[in-house]
Structure formats: C-alpha cells, structure tokens
Design a protein around this ligand. Structure first.
Ligand code: N2P
Length: 377
C-alpha cells in the first residue's frame, strides 16, 4: 500500500543546518551531529507531543532530538521490519507492538535506567501486558479511543436534530452518509482501527479474526466509499477545524485538537467527539526501543524523561490524549481530566474493547480487502 512518507518534524538544539545538509544528500539521510554530541532519533505519531518538552529535554541533558513522524502503524512496521531504521524510540499501537515483539524487533527495556517507570499507571500497564507480557519491551505513552468527530452545525443541518450522533450508522448507513457527502467525510486509513471498531455494529466480537466477520465491515465500507472524500489518518484535524469536513472517523485526541484549533480560530465551528453506543476501540501507543537502535543509552534517558509526571502531563495537556502515566493525573488540566472523550468514565469504558494482532494470513486478507475499500478495485 502506498502511504505518505515520513515527515521530519523537528530537530532540537540547533541541528537544523546539519539536517538540511543531510537531506540534500538524499532522502532519509540522517542528520549528522557534530562529533561528541549526543543524539536520540525519535519516530512518533504526528500531532502527539508538546514540542517544548523536546527542547527542555535537550536543554537539561544535552541530548539532541531528531524527531520524525508517521500517521499510521503500517509505515512504522515496514521500516522496523526492514531493519536499520536508525530510530532509537518508536511508538507502535498494541497489536503492532505485539507482532513486532514476536518478530524480534525490540530490545528489552533496561528498567534500572528508567526509574520513572514507577509512575506508570498500573491499570494501563496491565492492559498493555496483553501485547507485551510482563511489560518487558514497552511502556505506554498515550491511550485513547477511535470514534466520530462531528461538525455539529453542518451535520445537524443535514440529518436533523433528532438523529443521534453517537452511532456508527452515520458512516455505515448508506442513506445517512450520503447526506453528508457534500460537507466532507474522511475516514482513517487504518483497517486495524475501523474493523474492530465497527464489528460491534453488526453484533460481532470486536476482536473477531473470522474472515466472514471482517468482510461484513469491509463490504459495508465498500458500499459507502462513494460518500467518503478521503481515507487519511491525520489530515482530518485541520479539515474538521476549518469546516472542510463535517464527519471524520478519527482518534479521540486528534478530534479534541481540531476542536481546540476551531476555538482558537474563533470561526464559530463546533466540533463534537462521540464514542459510538454500539461499541468502540480503545488503543494503547507504547514507547519501545529497536534492538539495533544506534543510541540506546539516550533512548533510555529519553523514556525516563518522558515518564516524569510533570512532563507526561505537559504532553497530555498539549495533545489532549490520556497519558499512560498515572502520577501525571495531578498535573493534567482539570478540564482535560473531566473530559470523558479523553479520560472515559465508567459508562463509556463499558462500551470500549481492545484488539489483538491478526496472524500473517489474516493481515494479508485484510490488506487486500482494505485496498479494495480505498481504491474501489
Ligand atoms: C496521533 C494519533 C495517535 C493515535 N495523532 C493512534 N493510535
């Protein structure tokens, strides 16, 4: 599948000139730091960190950060499986973490070098252990849900005030989504999110590996694909914020960021985030260190810094995702902590489920079905 490539988002500590020179000599060339400079190469999801945190880390430790981003797990997986990615820290979601651990891609964390691991949120660490038994290779960074980002004005205008908005039928009911086509619908380019999220709409188990079950969802998406403007996993943040889209299947914090951007722009656009009543997916993105990381010591120092409660809270306050750091909660802004779209309450929790990795054959089956959904062929 052809995906958008890596973006070089940020380089701390005045490395920019060196990085640009490296880029001039070929795409993917890694920034060269002056001899003796410590560096850490991070590859993380887009819109997922407070840049000030990276600057502060460099200021305190002298370790410069070269920070690249991706917006879906497949890009990350492809790079890691190819080997010698050059990355020191990456953040796959649970099922991908699980598969990459099995493929032998990561080194066990040297926990003695990450004393701030004590601040991990026990309940979240326990859930992450489904993918990484014993929390050997990874520590949760953020977690969240996959749901619906809605431009309340545009959607209510088209569907009427009586239409519930917390339902996958906005996407899966051909009659409803057709009414939203003109105001712009975007879906995540991510079968590993959409399939488990939407299986419960058909009364099926969210973690079902049955090909017939999976086909129910992909056939339904195939039928409505004509009403979808684009499958993309990050563009919807600005699209929702500036009114170019009225509906997006997206990640909780990204939709909150869209809402924040619209508020800051004072453009009168009101964005809502809904966890569908039929059920939705709860996911975990965890930091891990590739076995061939060129700067393993710096990677551990980075993880320890990120696990400081104040630092973890700064990131949550900036990106509007729930932190995997339990002690961070006392530094998280009260309005974020109270937002059930970010930190779900008990009632919402009941509707959330987690998923595990597909085996290789099923993964190939899904990839073929998804290509059909995306391209129509
Ligand atoms: C950040 C999206 C991260 C959530 N933009 C995906 N698990």
């Amino acid at each position: 599948m052809i995906r958008a490539g890596t973006r070089r988002a940020l380089i701390t500590g005045g490395l920019l000139a060196g990085a640009l020179a490296a880029l001039a000599f070929g795409a993917g060339a890694r920034a060269q730091a002056p001899a003796g400079t410590r560096v850490v190469n991070i590859y993380n999801w887009s819109d997922y960190i407070d840049p000030k945190v990276l600057e502060a880390f460099t200021k305190e430790t002298g370790i410069r950060v070269v920070y690249d981003t991706y917006d879906n797990n497949e890009i990350l997986e492809t790079k890691l499986l190819a080997g010698r990615s050059g990355y020191d820290v990456v953040a796959p979601s649970g099922p991908f973490l699980q598969r990459l651990i099995r493929a032998g891609v990561f080194m066990p964390l040297d926990k003695a070098r990450i004393p701030n691991l004590v601040h991990a949120w026990p309940e979240i660490a326990a859930r992450l252990a489904t993918y990484d038994p014993g929390n050997t290779y990874a520590v949760d960074y953020m977690w969240g849900t996959t749901g619906l980002g809605v431009n309340l004005g545009l959607v209510r205008e088209r569907l009427g005030a009586g239409q519930p908005l917390n339902t996958w039928s906005l996407v899966l009911n051909p009659g409803l989504i057709a009414k939203l086509k003109d105001c712009g619908v975007m879906l995540l380019d991510s079968p590993e999110d959409l399939i488990p999220s939407m299986l419960p709409f058909y009364g099926l188990k969210p973690d079902s590996k049955r090909w017939d079950d999976i086909t129910q969802v992909t056939d339904a998406l195939f039928k409505v694909r004509g009403s979808v403007r684009k499958f993309h996993s990050s563009e919807y943040i600005n699209g929702l914020a500036n009114g170019d889209l009225c509906l997006a299947v997206g990640y909780s914090g990204d939709v909150m960021q869209a809402r924040k951007r619209a508020e800051e722009a004072k453009n009168g656009i009101e964005i809502g985030y809904f966890v569908p009543r039929e059920g939705a997916l709860m996911w975990f993105d965890a930091f891990a260190i590739p076995k061939d990381a060129p700067h393993a010591a710096e990677a551990h120092a980075f993880l320890d810094y990120m696990m400081r409660p104040e630092v973890a809270a700064a990131n949550t306050n900036f990106v509007s995702y729930a932190s995997g750091n339990g002690a961070a909660k006392k530094f998280v802004k009260p309005e974020i902590l109270a937002n059930t779209g970010i930190y779900p309450d008990e009632a919402t929790m009941q509707r959330l489920s987690t998923n595990t990795a597909w085996d290789d054959r099923t993964q190939r089956f899904v990839t073929r079905a998804w290509t059909r959904v995306r391209t129509g062929r």
